[in-house]
Design a protein around this ligand. Structure first.
Ligand code: SF4
Length: 660
């Protein structure tokens, strides 16, 4: 790889035409001093009049662009912004196979024609000069270009050797919240067929506490309502989030609730954030005092009888235990711990309990604590005590992080469960073996033993402990020897020094990503490291689940750039190399599984996922009519109705991973 290819920065590009700022010195040199400039422009007219003093060419009338070259093919493709979980629609314009322009989706109920600055720049993810262009490997400290075939051959051989010598648990499969649902599902399945539960993704450090806390409260770990529904709230309380910066387009729904619905907007945050700047009541709380703050609110709620007694009687158990805990948090104790005056806590509690429906919004300001799960649970308890669950305008609106962190979690990319939160016990394995059309005993034979099969893997925050600790202190046959990382930056780890040392001890490190990421530079490794160029989600088909569980289909906008490959193809190539298939299936059937176009596995899998697997948890179409409406509006994942022989494709899929 040439150094220049990697190091060129966008700021070094040449400007295409003079800008307003660039023209100002020209004016100065022409004898217009600052005073004259202001006088001429006129303070009242401001910038508009100022523009009149500038030479022609600095400001020009908006015009249609030049006509397309004769014979150019034009296409419009729809995909989803990959920068956060809001799930804004991106409409891409493609000319002769090149992504030439983008617009926000106007018919998307989520972003309704708007993008934030991150979404407005997603085209750069494909065109970036920092993209990995071809497979490379580290040889004596130098990156050497290799072919895909060589890379898969060498990586597959090394993985197989490690598996034979140290067992399947010695390989860590680190997946991604940037995956499509189909790729996340495949990645989890890949780990299962490899024989390990060491398979995780970014939810571990963002909202796994939310999933645990919310699921333990009402059964399923996700946002209960939707971005749009926030507009129906009479009270919007943000506690542990800053959507104005982290989820900018979501703020339009919050502000619409506040401005049009005259909703109260309470922001509880140690910092006066950009979100807090819009609040009708800003509560500056001491950091890390989430639980005492809510206990303080509940103290006033119970004291004044503001709780929803009928709701609690009908739907909640254990609230009397909460009352006992709350009694330990009178106003003076709450003020001592949180710094909040009694009057403010009482006022906020009364608004939240009485001016309903009330919704509670949070993000990582609640979850990234050692008591993150408890923070989440107390938030749910506040909603239950005030009867603010299960209706329009209320509920727990939990803003997740990555574009598909919800979907990747749903399809089981996690150390603790198989897809759809089945867990890891024998019944769960038997169910998924039936789905994947493999014998349970065959699957069991892939693992060290049944105990390992039913034991959660090592979380992504601690894999390096399994590398650094002596063998007898790691609860598996051998230490961690290899990592295969897809779509996951190394900067998600809080114990970076240990992670860096852990990387150095690996026999094999594979980074499959559109960019080199921190993994490639975090350590002083000299050998045994591969960088594989994966394409972005804009260069492949697939569905993704937004934070509000809207299941959306993303169309391939352009073909993978340079030599990059999509996630399905990479996993397919590796699965073939590692022979992760039933021995009785013919090899030729497997080839179709990786074919592009109609035979692409993503298409077959998406239909299955949408129609059967994700329906219980995602907002997939619930009827044929709804489905056809959504397909017409291009909003929700569309089944691939033009596939003529789905059965044949599904049979082919079985060939490699036993997929049906
Ligand atoms: S709000 Fe999120 S999904 Fe929407 S454009 Fe911005 S980064 Fe993309």
């Amino acid at each position: 790889m040439k150094e220049a290819d990697v190091l060129i920065k966008r700021g070094q590009r040449e400007a295409r035409r003079p800008t307003l700022a660039a023209d100002l010195p020209v004016q100065a040199s022409a004898g217009v001093d600052r005073r004259s400039f202001l006088r001429r422009s006129g303070l009242a007219a401001g910038g508009l009049a100022a523009l009149g003093t500038l030479p022609l060419g600095a400001v020009r009338k908006a015009e249609a662009g030049p006509p397309q070259p004769p014979g150019a093919t034009l296409a419009t493709r729809k995909n989803v912004c990959t920068h956060c979980s809001v799930g804004c629609t991106v409409i891409a314009k493609v000319t002769n196979g090149v992504w030439t322009g983008q617009e926000p989706g106007w018919d998307s109920p989520i972003n309704r024609g708007s993008h934030c600055c991150k979404g407005a720049a997603v085209r750069d993810d494909v065109l970036s000069e920092r993209r990995l262009r071809y497979p490379t490997k580290l040889v004596n400290g130098k990156w050497i270009r290799i072919s895909w075939d060589q890379a898969i051959d060498e990586i597959g051989d090394k993985l197989t050797e490690i598996r034979a010598k140290s067992g399947p648990e010695s390989v860590y499969w680190l997946g991604s919240a940037k995956f499509t649902n189909e790729a996340a599902y495949l990645n989890r399945k890949f780990a299962a067929f490899w024989g390990t539960n060491n398979s995780d993704h970014q939810a571990r450090i963002c909202h796994s506490t939310t999933v645990a806390g919310v699921a333990n409260t009402w059964g399923y770990g996700a946002m209960t309502n939707s971005y749009n529904d926030i507009r129906n709230a009479k009270t919007i309380m943000v506690m542990g989030g800053n959507p104005a910066e982290a989820h900018p387009v979501s703020l339009q729904h919050i502000l619409e609730g506040k401005e049009l619905n005259r909703a109260n907007m309470i922001v509880i945050d140690p910092r006066m954030t950009r979100t807090a700047a819009h609040a009708t009541e800003y509560v500056r709380v001491r950091p890390g005092t989430h639980i005492p703050t809510i206990y303080g609110m509940l103290w006033h709620i119970f004291q004044n009888g503001w709780e929803d007694k009928e709701f609690i009687r009908q739907r909640v158990y254990g609230m009397d235990d909460i009352r006992k805990e709350v009694a330990k948090w009178p106003p003076d104790e709450v003020e001592r711990v949180t710094g909040l005056p009694e009057a403010q806590v009482k006022r906020v509690a009364e608004i939240f309990a009485k001016q309903r429906p009330s919704t509670l919004i949070w993000a990582m300001g609640q979850t990234q604590f050692t008591v993150g799960t408890a923070n989440v649970r107390i938030s749910c308890i506040l909603l239950l005590a005030t009867g603010n669950v299960g209706h329009y305008g209320n509920g727990a609106n939990i803003f997740r992080g990555h574009t598909n962190v919800q979907g990747a979690t749903d399809v089981g990319l996690d150390v603790t469960t198989l897809p759809l939160y089945y867990g890891l016990d024998e019944g769960a394995w038997r169910h998924w073996c039936r789905v994947w059309e493999v014998d349970y005993d065959w699957m069991l034979s892939r693992f060290v033993d049944k105990t390992f099969m039913q034991t959660p893997g090592i979380p992504s925050t601690r894999w390096f402990d399994a590398t650094l600790l002596p063998k007898d202190q790691v609860a598996q046959p051998d230490t961690m020897k290899a990592m295969f990382i897809m779509g996951h930056g190394g900067n998600t780890i809080s114990r970076m020094p240990e992670a860096a040392r852990g990387i150095e001890k690996l026999d094999l490190l594979v980074v499959c990503d559109p960019y080199p990421t921190t993994w490639s530079v975090l350590s002083e490794r000299k050998n045994g490291t591969y960088l594989l160029p994966a394409c972005t989600s804009f260069e492949m088909d697939g569905s993704r689940t937004a934070s509000n569980r809207s299941l959306q289909w993303g169309e391939q906008i352009v073909k993978p750039v340079f030599e990059s490959k999509n996630d399905y193809d990479v996993m397919y190539m590796l699965a073939r190399k590692a022979r992760l298939r039933r021995p009785d299936v013919q090899e030729h059937q497997g080839r179709e599984w990786s074919g592009l176009g109609r035979g692409h596995p993503a298409r077959a899998q998406s239909r299955r996922l949408v129609d059967r697997i994700l329906r219980p948890v995602a907002r997939a179409p619930q009827s044929a009519h709804e489905k056809s409406v959504q397909i017409r509006s291009r909003h929700i994942a569309r089944p691939e109705g033009r596939i003529r022989s789905l059965r044949r494709l599904l049979r082919s899929a079985v060939a490699v991973l036993g997929h049906a």
